[in-house]
Design a protein around this ligand. Structure first.
Ligand code: KIV
Length: 284
């Protein structure tokens, strides 16, 4: 579906979608062409996630990702999807040092990078920071459950909230970020039944990734759903295409064509007048 003429949705529109029972489809994108494909496919919202550290930059985690990395990818995605709401992840250490620094960094991404909102990982502990950014006039999407930037403190990339205490903490986190002003919350790697309770309790939409069917919307990482990232595919991913294999096969064919002299063909080449070539041959 070509969807380049639609009006960009704002934070309140997603809350209305929840009220109307309309599911929200989000996908990550990190480049001009990825964002363009996402917009043309009709997604409701694009996340320029710091997962780009792994799937685009080849790091082992999201921790090394910087504000500069996020800004470059945000601007590229913005050019590719001018009519789609873009959430930008605040990278590790861009919101963990002080409230002032957080507002400054969120402001850069919002004002200079032209993001429509920022995403901050963390629950109750970061409610104050979320509230400060919200009060500065920048819409905030929260992210609780498995928070990859602090996965070292969560026992690695593991499902969260499975004990009574942990489940209660996640419910408290969700309420805290909503009260702090977040317009949306990502629930990552949370048991489906717990995500359903949180979704029912909140007035803001929940966006699940590994959080079951009852969330108000879903998000998948571009490279995971399209089979572009071969290192690891989490259980919660549905793979819609195997683009890595398609790309590898195409490049293999190209290499073979070059080696065997089958590329370029005449149709890929430019022509010029034969008499000029003949004269050139005479003078060289
Ligand atoms: O960075 C990212 O892609 C994310 C999603 C996993 C929600 O935060």
């Amino acid at each position: 579906m070509k969807d380049n003429d639609r009006k960009k949705l704002l934070a309140d529109n997603y809350i209305e979608m929840k009220q109307e029972g309309k599911r929200i489809a989000m996908v990550t994108a990190y480049t001009y062409y990825q964002a363009m494909a996402a917009q043309e496919a009709g997604v409701d919202i694009i996340l320029v996630g710091d997962s780009l550290g792994m799937v685009e930059l080849g790091y082992d985690s999201t921790v090394p990702v910087t504000m500069e990395d996020m800004m470059i990818h945000l601007k590229a995605a913005r050019r590719g999807a001018p009519n789609t709401h873009i959430i930008i992840d605040m990278p590790f250490m861009s919101f963990n040092v002080s409230v002032e620094k957080t507002i400054e960094n969120a402001g850069l991404l919002y004002q200079k990078g032209l993001a429509d909102s920022v995403k901050i990982e963390g629950g109750t502990e970061y409610a104050g920071v979320i509230n400060a950014v919200y009060k500065a006039g920048i819409p905030v999407c929260a992210h609780i459950g498995l928070t990859p930037q602090t996965s070292a403190l969560l026992g690695g990339f593991k499902v969260q909230g499975k004990t009574l205490d942990a489940a209660k903490k996640l419910v408290d986190d969700a309420i805290a970020v909503q009260e702090a002003g977040a317009f949306m919350v990502v629930l990552e790697a949370v048991p489906a039944s717990l995500a359903a309770i949180i979704t029912k309790k909140l007035s803001i939409p929940t966006i699940g990734i590994g959080a079951g069917i009852d969330c108000d919307g879903q998000v998948l990482v571009f490279h995971d759903m399209l089979g572009l990232y071969k290192k690891f595919t989490p259980k919660f991913v549905k793979v819609y295409a195997n683009l890595h294999d398609v790309m590898e096969k195409a490049i293999e064919e190209y290499v073979q064509d070059v080696k065997e002299g089958n590329f370029p063909e005449e149709k890929h080449s430019f022509t010029m007048k034969k008499d000029i070539i003949d004269k050139l041959n005479e003078i060289i």
